[in-house]
Each structure stands twice: as C-alpha cells, then as structure tokens.
Design a protein around this ligand. Structure first.
Ligand code: TRP
Ligand code: ZN
Length: 463
C-alpha cells in the first residue's frame, strides 16, 4: 500500500518533468546580470555582485611627464551566479578592449561602472578570465567627507597611490570592495631612473630596455583592493631583513633620505615586536615608503605602508604595521566595522608606548576618558562607522578605548590570548564586530554585551 502510493507519486513527478519541453525551461533566466554593487548598504555602488575575484594581474605603463597610464588588467574570477553580464569598477579612464575567456566582449562604461557582456554567458560556479585594455590620465578620487584626495595621485616624479576606501577604481578595473580579496601580480613599466613600488615582493631584478624599466612585484596573500599600490618616483632604498627574519624594504623620496635608515630600523623592530604580541607576521615582507607628496596621512598598503610627506615617528609606524594583522590579514566585510581596523591600530600605538616604557595604555586611556562630556567622541559611538565620515576620531580613539575597557574587564592574560586567537583564527579572512564579541565572550566566559554596547554603540561617555 505505502509502496504503491510512492510509486504513483514518483510516476506523476516523472510525467510532469516530461511534459515540460525544453523550450518551456527557463534556461535564459539561469544567466542574469550581476549586481552593480556588492551589497554594502553604506556604499551601494561599491564592488559588484555575481562573481568573486581570485587574482589580478596588472600590467601598467606610466610616464610621469605626461601622466599617461596604459594598462592591461587580467582578472581571474569565479561566478557566484549564472552571468549574462557583470560589472567592474573603473572611473575616468578609457577602455579600449575587453575580452572574456579570450573572446572579445561588448561593454559600456559610465558612472564608474564598466559593464561587460561576454559573448557566451558564464555558468554559475564557472571560473573565467576577463582582460581589460585601458588607458588615459588617472585622476585621484576626491571626497569632502573622507580624507580629501586618494587613489592614484600623480606627483612631480611619479605617483602616490593610496586608495582607501574605494580609490582603486581610479587606476585599475576591479571589484572595489574589501569583501572580495584576491592575490595580485604587478608589471610596472616606467622611465629608467624611476622606481616602482608595489605590494609583496619583487619576482626578479628590474629589466631596462629602450630607456624604460619594468618592475615585477607579486603579492601572493589575499589583499583588499584598497591596499594595492603602485607608488612611483625617485626613491632611495634600503633592503635587508628584520632580526626575526622577515624581508624588509624601506624606500624614501630623496627629500626624505635622512629618514630612510630610521624607517628601515623602526619598521623591522616593530614588525618583530608585533609578531610576539599578535602572532606570526602574515605576509612575505615588511617595510615602508616615504614619499614627498604632502598627504599628511599614512596608509597601511599591504607589506608597504605609505607615509605622505612627513618623517614617520614610531607611533604611526606602530599603527600602520599593526594594520598588517588588523585590516590587511583580517579584513572587514563592510565599512561600518572600520573600528576593527582603526581601533586596533590605535590601541597598538598605546601598546607600543607601554612597551617602550613611555605612557602606559592605561594612562593614555584615562587621559582620553577625562575629555569633557561634550567632546564629539562621546556622542559619536564608533561601532558603526558612518559612510560620510568613515575616519572619524571616535572610530580611532574610542575604538582603541573599547579594547582597553575589554582588557580591564577580562584581564591581561585573556586579553592577549584573545588578540592572538583573533588574528590566528581569521588569518587572511574576513571579520565582523559580532564575531569579535563572540570570541571575546567565549574566551573570557563573561557576558560582554553590556561592555560592547556601552563602548561601541551608545552616544554617551561610558562610565
Ligand atoms: N587607514 C589610514 C590610517 O589610519 C587612514 C586613511 C584612510 C587613508 N583613508 C585613506 C590614508 C586614504 C590614505 C588614503 O592609517
Ligand atoms: Zn589606521
């Protein structure tokens, strides 16, 4: 009896399958356009949907005198849905030609979105390669609310390239959002005498022919697009390795030549120290670059923090190198969690001060805590960075204070184990604030929700 009913049900299902002729099947619907944004509600146009990049191979030819860039970007990706078309982010440059899997593709380019329609649709889960030939004069991105000028910034002798939060699209086509990390290879050709500094390590000696030099760099660990750099210009270099054995490369514009040795030594010393506090250094090399472009800020470009127009002191070097763990190896999935980068890097400055025997983190914390009750930091909680003011001081300072409040609540032993586990468990991955709170509660055995609520989310000074 039961058997029979099942057999009948199966037969009925089979019959209805047969009744559905191939022309009724929604084959076309299996391939649809990828979304023009990756789904960060604060930055709806950043990144793109429908695919995940695994590797960028960027060949860039740049001439400082004319400011002209010629690029060929070869991007390997995997489709996360069936794709009839998909977008890349690229602003202001002229796209000459696009191919997908070696076949010419049609495309449109407007409003920072390059929409590519491959000759053959791409199946869900298929790997594909898109190649974009482009050229023009890159223009940096400007924002009245987020640190002024960023992206590819032409300078007198080259370019200063610092792209946080979404300036990669000023110099290469990309899925320009930190939730899609990839490995990178760079082939950068510049007039002889100009040095090109990209992320990772040189894969061979630079080669020169016809008065142009080609540098090949490779970053073999996953990297967010905003950390990619191709900083170019006249540079003095110092190469070697840290006492702990991490290859170390420092570079300084001739105007900052007197800073080179200190940059090299301090970067090496701090890289090794952070490895004892946060766990093994995550990348293949460390170092830093001081350029003469007067940005007045620094960016934690992966393996090569970039300092704009000033001699960096130990505090800022400690900050940018701490980002190699917090921000670069562990990367935020959405911008509102930015305190996981900046609060940690700021707290690292305080830890460095404590380590040096200068002010303790506790003394620095107390100094900030005694700021007047109407300080904007108290009314602006750091837990949800605002898209029109991402790099607010609260995200940095009150973010750092959050970690100190946590340290006081769980004790030094648990706190420092937590920092190491956080870095180890999420190495090369993506993180959210919820995950950090969860790990802190698990490792301490304490209910920490009230502490994080007060420090990260409430618009008043925590007690
Ligand atoms: N993340 C940088 C820091 O704290 C600051 C920063 C934000 C930045 N956006 C930038 C630097 C753009 C250069 C360009 O060190
Ligand atoms: Zn920072």
């Amino acid at each position: 009896m039961r058997h029979n009913r099942r057999a009948i049900a199966l037969l009925a299902a089979f019959a209805s399958l047969l009744a559905c002729s191939p022309s009724d099947a929604p084959a076309a619907a299996a391939h649809r356009p990828g979304a023009a944004g990756i789904g960060d509600t604060d930055f709806p146009h950043d990144g793109n949907g429908g695919y995940d990049v695994s590797h960028y191979d960027l060949a860039v030819d740049y001439t400082p005198a004319t400011r002209r860039l010629d690029g060929v970007a070869t991007i390997k990706a995997g489709a996360t849905q069936g794709l009839s078309s998909f977008n890349l982010d690229l602003v202001g440059l002229h796209v000459r030609q696009v191919s997908v899997n070696g076949s010419p593709a049609t495309f449109t380019h407007q409003g920072g979105e390059l929409t590519v329609r491959p000759a053959e649709p791409i199946d869900e889960r298929a790997a594909f390669t898109v190649r974009v030939h482009y050229s023009g004069r890159p223009q940096p991105a400007t924002s009245t609310t987020n640190l002024g000028t960023f992206g590819f910034i032409p300078t007198a002798d080259g370019a200063f390239v610092a792209s946080e939060p979404n300036g990669s699209k000023t110099w290469f086509p990309s899925n320009d959002h930190p939730s899609d990390k990839a490995t990178f290879a760079f082939t950068i050709t510049v007039p002889a005498g100009v040095t090109a500094l990209a992320n990772g390590e040189l894969t061979g000696e630079p080669t020169t022919s016809d008065g142009r030099t080609t540098y090949r760099w490779s970053e073999r660990h996953p990297m967010a697009t905003y950390l990619a750099t191709a900083t170019m210009g006249k540079f003095e270099l110092r190469k070697g390795s840290t006492a702990g054995g991490v290859p170390n490369l420092a570079a300084a514009d001739p105007r900052f030549a007197s800073s080179l040795d200190k940059l090299y030594r301090t970067s090496g010393k701090i890289t090794d120290y952070w490895a004892t506090v946060f766990g093994p250094y995550p990348f293949g090399s460390t170092g830093g670059v001081v350029d003469d472009y007067a940005a007045g800020y620094a960016l934690e470009n992966q393996t090569k923090p970039l300092y704009g127009g000033f001699e960096p002191d130990e505090g800022i070097i400690a900050h940018e190198l701490a980002h190699q763990w917090f921000g670069n190896s562990l990367t935020i999935r959405r911008w509102k969690d930015l305190w996981l980068n900046e609060g940690f890097a700021t707290y690292a400055e305080w830890l460095w001060s404590e380590h040096k025997g200068a002010k303790t983190a506790d003394a620095i914390f107390k100094g900030h805590h005694s700021r007047p009750a109407d300080d904007p930091m108290w009314t602006y909680p750091p837990g949800r960075a605002k898209p029109d003011d991402l790099f607010n001081q609260s995200v940095y300072t009150r973010g750092g204070m959050t970690l100190h409040a946590l340290r006081r609540a769980v004790g030094d032993d648990t706190f420092f184990k937590l920092l190491k586990s956080w870095a180890a468990d999420n190495r090369y991955g993506h993180v959210t604030t919820e995950q950090f709170i969860e790990l802190a509660e698990r490792m301490s055995g304490k209910d920490l929700k009230p502490l994080f609520a007060a420090w990260l989310y409430q618009p008043r000074r925590p007690a």
